[in-house]
Ligand binder design. Structure first.
Ligand code: F6R
Length: 609
């Protein structure tokens, strides 16, 4: 869960490396380092801390050289210290590497290398790779790297440079994401396109057990045995501006505000004359889709919450049985799967290791895999039978916001598509439901204009230690998401519960210090019951912050604060209801002087299981 960027160019690379690694900081921010080759010598600067702090101390821009690597770390083996920060190097300081992943046989390799006289400087698993390459080095860095990789077990995205070959940058991948960027008189490697989008939109996705050999004018992809592999060059259609803050203080706030646009782009081309047009994107024909008897959704974190909302949509409208699994648990059960089971994986990054492992397991058992992914070209995208993209654009803030709402929109589209194929809804109803979806971006715009009101409430409660989030039906996953957002960016302990479940335990926590955020939008299913739950909280002195439908005056009499959202279909109101919760979390964090883009201990792309 680290970020890697590497450049070989006809110009100095330090500033581009620094800019690139800053764009990858969402992947890890406990330490950072950079290496360049200057006059056939490696020059390394690194330390523990966020990039900005370390840069102030060491001034990365001072590094000189036309080839280099940079790395931001989220530690797995070895605490975040200067010694454990990447780049690592061999005994003679000739070979330097950056790595994302875990070397599983590092203890055996380290013992073997120590017995041969190698001296280690860090406690990381990564450092063994530098010494292993040194151990295999007979004058050719490519051969030495390939020989070392054959001895390694585990996952890696790797960048390697050698002071004796200052014109060559080597990259390799197994399980951890890595792309190669094709520039003009310069070429790149990176964990993610966001790092290099400013310089090129032409990328090659490395697959497992592939190496890339880059010079400033050439890129060659080989397998681990040195055989050349022909790969496609893909053009990324993300606008590089989207990876900038555009005047917002944080990416999180910018991305919350981008939601109306992201939803519009996710809908574009998918609705035609009131009909849903997904047939050209899905690699399953109508018969296969009709035959699906069961759906299992696998995901982690926020994407798992989207899955829970998807379960509600698919069961309610498409009349399909759905189960939602934590991807990390899925493999450790024995799920009943057959050829008529559709497994839907939901992932913003498309690289979450547990979700990837879950789809591999499901495939082995014969399921069809449909993924809902934001990052095109990611591992989950490439390993799925079919993919529906969320067109959220790059999401940089660690806390997922626009990816979540666009996932909900795709799930809704897919639900309506399945409903039409399976005749669970008639054409007119589907048209009507689509029409309501079309209005969502505008409704969200109007909701975002109430930001000040939400900010005020966040400020009142920012110093509380706990909060509860309650919702029923499709609003239960939204309550979970609201609680997750608050805890991850503001560090206020928060729990999401089905509103009625509160009576079975959490009600004991309620007193005058407990803010309870209740999703109480008007609907025929749960509204009255939720009002009852609000009264239960009030009777015990709790503070109610209600998310309610425009025009609901009854709720005002019960709640301490009401945040109104536009009236829409019950299912769609859940997509609107999450927006004030995202803003509450954002402002609670910033009012507590915390950086919501870089919450402690978190990494955006969790590429280890
Ligand atoms: C929370 C958050 C995480 C991710 C989770 C899955 O704000 O962002 O919980 O949702 O790590 O990530 P993806 O969707 O990339 O698989």
């Amino acid at each position: 869960m680290c970020g890697i960027v590497g450049i070989v160019s006809d110009n100095n690379v330090a500033n581009k490396l620094l800019d690139g690694v800053k764009r990858l900081e969402y992947r890890g921010y406990d330490s950072v380092g950079m290496v360049c080759i200057n006059s056939n010598k490696l020059v390394i600067k690194k330390d523990a801390g966020k990039i900005e702090e370390v840069d102030k101390k060491v001034n990365f821009s001072e590094l000189k050289g036309n080839i280099g690597l940079a790395h931001c770390r989220w530690s797995t083996h070895g605490s975040p210290t200067k010694e454990n920060a990447h780049p690592h190097f061999d005994c003679k300081s000739k070979i330097s590497i950056v790595h994302n992943g875990i070397i599983e046989n590092f203890s055996e390799l380290k013992e073997m290398l120590i017995s041969k006289g190698h001296k280690f400087n860090s406690l990381t698993d990564t450092e063994v790779i530098a010494h292993l390459i040194e151990d295999n080095f007979k004058g050719d860095i490519e051969e030495a790297t390939s020989a070392a990789l054959k001895q390694i077990e585990g996952s890696y995205a790797l960048g390697v440079i050698c002071a004796d070959s200052p014109e060559i940058l080597i990259a390799a991948r197994n399980e951890s994401p890595l792309i190669v960027g094709i520039g003009k008189n310069e070429n790149f490697i990176a964990s993610d396109v966001a790092a290099i989008l400013k310089h090129t939109n032409k990328v090659i996705y490395l697959d497992n057990n592939e190496m890339a050999i880059l010079t400033k004018n050439n890129v060659q992809i080989k397998n681990i045995d040195g055989e050349i592999i022909k790969k496609n060059i893909n053009e990324i259609d993300w606008d590089s501006e989207l990876a900038e803050k555009a005047g917002y203080e944080h990416f999180m706030l910018k991305e919350i505000h981008e939601q109306p646009r992201a939803i519009t782009e996710t809908l574009n081309g998918r609705i035609e004359n009131g009909n849903i047009n997904l047939a050209n994107e899905l690699n399953f024909n109508e018969r296969e889709l009709k035959n699906i008897s069961r759906i299992i959704i696998v995901a982690c974190g926020t994407s798992w919450h989207a899955g829970l909302a998807g379960e509600f949509m698919l069961e309610e409208l498409a009349k399909l049985p759905v189960e939602v699994e934590y991807a990390s648990e899925f493999r450790y059960r024995n799920p009943i799967i057959n050829g008529n089971t559709l497994v839907i994986a939901i992932s913003q990054s498309g690289e979450t290791a547990d979700t990837l492992a879950a789809i591999r397991e499901a495939k082995k058992k014969g399921a069809k895999i449909l993924s809902i992914v934001n990052a095109k070209g990611s591992s989950i995208d490439r390993e799925s039978d079919s993919v529906l993209y969320t067109f959220a654009g790059p999401e940089i803030g660690v806390a997922s916001t626009k990816a979540f709402t666009t996932q909900l929109v795709v799930l809704y589209l897919f639900t309506l598509y399945m409903s039409s194929i399976r005749d669970s809804l008639n054409k007119e109803t589907i048209k009507d439901l689509m029409g309501k979806l079309r209005k969502l971006p505008l409704e969200m715009e109007s909701l975002l204009s109430k930001e000040k009101e939400i900010r005020k409430i966040a400020n009142i409660y920012k110093d509380k230690h706990n909060a509860l989030f309650l919702g029923r039906g499709i609003n239960f996953p939204i309550a979970l998401e609201g609680a997750l957002k608050l805890k991850e960016v503001s560090y206020i302990h928060a729990e999401g519960y089905p509103a009625a479940e509160m009576k079975h335990g959490p009600i004991a926590l309620i007193d005058k210090n407990m803010p309870v955020v209740v999703l109480a939008t008007k609907d025929i299913y749960t509204y009255k019951k939720v009002l009852g739950n609000i009264q239960e909280v009030k009777a015990r002195g709790g503070i109610i912050i209600a998310i309610a439908s425009d025009g609901d005056s009854e709720i005002k009499k019960l709640a301490d604060h009401v945040l109104y959202i536009p009236n829409t279909l019950y299912i769609l109101s859940s997509i609107l209801a999450v927006v004030p919760l995202q803003l509450l979390a954002y402002y609670a964090a910033t009012d507590r002087k915390l950086d919501p883009d870089k919450p402690r201990n978190l990494s955006k792309s969790v590429t280890v299981e």
